[in-house]
Structures are given as C-alpha cells and as structure tokens.
Write a protein that binds this ligand. Structure first.
Ligand code: NCD
Ligand code: ZN
Ligand code: ZN
Ligand code: ZN
Length: 427
C-alpha cells in the first residue's frame, strides 16, 4: 500500500488534527496542518469527523461453516467494517462446531483472505458443544485461539467448568461463559416478569443467569484464570461483578447494545426479531448495566451479532430463534446512550469498544493509542449524520435488526485496517 493522509479529523472527538499513514500501515505523523499530495499519494478529507481506534468486538456469530445462507466470514467482515470494527471474535457454535485446531485455523485464514477485518476464531470448551467432554484447549491455544466459549450453551456442569478453568489458566486463554442455567430456562423465550406473564410467554428468570455468574466468580476466586461474562443482562449480575472486582477477583464482562437500549416492552408486538438470549429485560436492568459500563464494573460493549434468516425469525414468537444483528448499529447505539446524552465522551467509547476489548484479548495491534508509530487501525465517525436503521440495506446477509426504522445520529463514515480502507460511506 501507499502513503495515505487523513486530514481534518478529531482524534477522540478532540482538536482537529491531520494524520499521515505510511506504506507499512503505521501512523507516521500527526500534525496541526494538513498534508498534501506532495507527501501522501492519497489524501482523504475527514470533514472534522471523530477519529477512534478501530473497534473490537469480542462476541459475534458469523455462521461459517454451516449456515452460510445467513452470514459468511466475508459478509460478516463487511458488516463489521461498516460498523467500524477492525477485529472481531466469532463464536464456536457453527456447524461443525469449532472444536479442533484445523477448524479454527480455517476461520482465521478465511478472514485474512477476505482482508476486511481480523476474524479471530473462538474455540469451544466442550466437544460439539455437548457439555460432556472438554476440547483440546491446549492444541487450539497452540494455533493461536485466544478465547474459548460454548456460547449459545452454558457450561452448566460445575465439575466440567472447574476443569475448563484450570486448563484455560494453564494455557493463559480467556474462558467466556454464556451464563444460563438450562434447567431453569426450559421452554423459555422471554424475560420472566409482568410483561411475559401478560403476553403468555414462558419466562427465563434473572436467577438463571445470576446463579451461574455467582458460581463462576467464586470458582475464579479459588482457581484463577481469565474468566469473562458474555452478554450480562441483569441488575443482579452487575452486583455480583461489582462484588468480585471489589474482592480483587480478575474477571471481565461485556454488555450488548440491545441490553443497554431495549426492554421486554418490545415484546408487545410478538415480533420474533426481539427474541434473544439472554432475553431483553426491564428498565432497572438497563439502568444498572449503563451505570456498570460507566464505572468499569462491566468492561466492554460486545454486539453478540447473531444473524438469522426470516424463516427462523418471522414465525410465532416462541418458535423464533434467539439472536439479533448488532455490528452495523452498535456504534450509533452507544453514541446515542452515552455521548448524545452527555453521560460520557468519545474517549469512553474508544475505551469500551476498542481499548478494553483489545486489552482483555491481548491483541498487540488493536485498541492502540492514536499516535505516531502505532498501527493505523482506525474508525471515522460523523456524530451528526442522521440515518434510519434498515435491515435490508445492511451488509449482513441477514436483516434481523431490532432497530428497524429507528433513527440514529452517529454514523461510521470510514474504517481502516492497517492503513487500508475497508469501508467508506457513500451518500
Ligand atoms: C446466539 C446465536 O444465535 O448463536 N443467540 C442469541 O440469542 N444470543 C447464541 C448466544 O449468544 O447465546
Ligand atoms: Zn450467548
Ligand atoms: Zn452469542
Ligand atoms: Zn442485508
């Protein structure tokens, strides 16, 4: 690649700067005056937009192998780039399950071949996600797998979880838990509360999540390791995480944009697009989750981008598959909740959507400061560019967005991976 100038941008939403990127994809200069064609082969005018480190998503589902009709590593990478992401971790609940090294390597290789986003494979904790036999965590760690999860399913068996924690500790990898006591959620499709009762939907109680989180936090206290809570959804989970961090237990946690923004009031429509695991909860949960992200009790925003075809979504609510799209709306949703409200600034967005996830996953080249010598993994955001979410227009192969018809202000206008432009907003 050639040298690129990104003129007229505001790193972290602060003062206007001009950024020069060299042929190796590194930031080579940041100046107060613009660069011209004498210095850079390509010059882009950033229009005063906010410049952030490339976003990192610890939790997506790209459905390849097995359900390429709903998403592929290529279409998922395009959706990621459009959402401002330069690295994503794709979960192991594919068909076949990513439970062996060669399968994990194939995911990484396909992502690199497409070249639009770094796609990190997540390895499963148990073979075929059956919850019975551990996978060869060491062998998968040996080919670079950094995160292990049975996401979609919980590792319910405490003895199996203990052994998984011990192996994960040995190989120094992250163990990410989908916290759901399956015995308590049989047949459930909604949050257990007044809305589900009124609508006649079987509920999944907060306890089903919190009891697993509590158990796992205590295991982490006693057995160590790098434990991560997927899609925290309740006020009680926040209280448990706060307790754990006060005790000095080293854990991390994510929250999704939909659990920050939406509640089970949406279920009134019986629209299957709102079915998700864990379910949309109540106002007091969204409030607690927002506070927890603000004070660092919850570390990161992760989308849990979960594409499904209309045959699995446009059906009776309790027949719909759980999961919703997330990557193309997450930055806008987070900006709306935290920046437009005045609760936080763009530094905070950089922290929870790029720096912390990269730090937790120990990615050396992501979530880095916007500074000379650093890799040019960058996202440009126009904070005032109103747009309406429309599933059909998304890069994702699926269109199951819970934000259909909703208006957002913030919009990703360009994404750069190691200095190469991977997305450009065309009006
Ligand atoms: C996810 C999926 O569709 O794979 N669904 C969901 O409702 N979140 C699985 C998961 O994240 O548990
Ligand atoms: Zn899950
Ligand atoms: Zn998931
Ligand atoms: Zn689409």
């Amino acid at each position: 690649m050639s040298t690129l100038a990104l003129n007229n941008v505001r790193p972290y939403g602060e003062d206007i700067k001009h950024v020069l990127i060299d042929g190796d994809g590194l930031i080579s200069a940041i100046a107060d005056t613009p660069f011209d064609e004498d210095v850079a082969e390509t010059v882009i005018d950033g229009g005063g937009n906010v410049l952030l480190p490339g976003l990192v998503d610890m939790h997506v589902h790209l459905r390849e192998p097995g359900r390429e009709d709903t998403e592929t590593i290529a279409t998922g990478s395009n959706a990621a780039a459009k959402g401002g992401f330069t690295a994503v971790f794709t979960m192991a609940n594919t068909s076949p399950v990513i439970d062996q090294p060669f399968l994990a390597e194939a995911v990484w290789d396909k992502g690199q071949a497409h070249g639009v986003c770094d796609v990190y494979p997540v390895g499963s904790i148990t073979q075929k996600l059956a919850g019975e036999t551990l996978t060869e965590i060491g062998l998968m760690a040996g080919v670079g797998v950094k995160m292990f999860s049975d996401d979609g399913r919980c590792v319910n068996d405490p003895q199996l979880m203990r052994r998984a924690i011990e192996y994960a500790k040995t190989y120094d990898v992250v163990l990410a838990q989908h916290a759901e006591d399956h015995r308590m959620t049989e047949g459930a499709c909604a949050h257990e509360g007044p809305n589900a009762a009124r609508l006649g939907l079987r509920g999944w109680p907060r306890v089903a999540e919190e009891s697993i989180v509590a158990r796992d936090l205590i295991m982490t206290r006693d057995y160590g390791g790098r434990y991560h809570v997927c899609h925290a959804s309740t006020e009680g989970t926040v209280a448990l995480l706060r307790w754990a961090k006060e005790q000095g237990i080293e854990v991390s946690a994510e929250v999704t944009p939909h659990h920050l923004l939406l509640t089970d009031a949406k279920l009134e429509s019986y629209d299957g697009v709102f079915r998700v695991n864990p379910p949309l909860r109540e106002d007091k949960d969204t409030v607690a989750l927002r506070d927890a992200l603000l004070d660092g009790t919850i570390d990161v925003v992760a989308t849990d981008h979960a594409p499904h075809g209309s045959e699995d979504k446009c059906v009776e609510f309790d027949q719909a598959k759980p999961g919703m799209l997330g990557m193309e709306t997450s930055l806008a949703a987070v900006a709306q909740i935290f920046v437009e409200s005045g609760l936080a600034d763009w530094r905070f967005v950089a922290k929870v959507m790029s720096e912390r996830p990269a730090e937790i996953m120990r990615l050396a080249d992501q979530g880095r400061p916007i500074a000379v010598g650093e890799p040019a993994n960058l996202t440009l955001v126009d904070p005032h560019n109103p747009w309406t979410a429309n599933g059909k227009e998304m890069e994702s192969k699926a269109s199951n967005t819970p934000y259909e018809g909703m208006e957002f202000n913030a919009r990703v206008t360009a994404t750069f991976l190691r200095g190469t432009q991977t997305y450009e907003l065309k009006n």
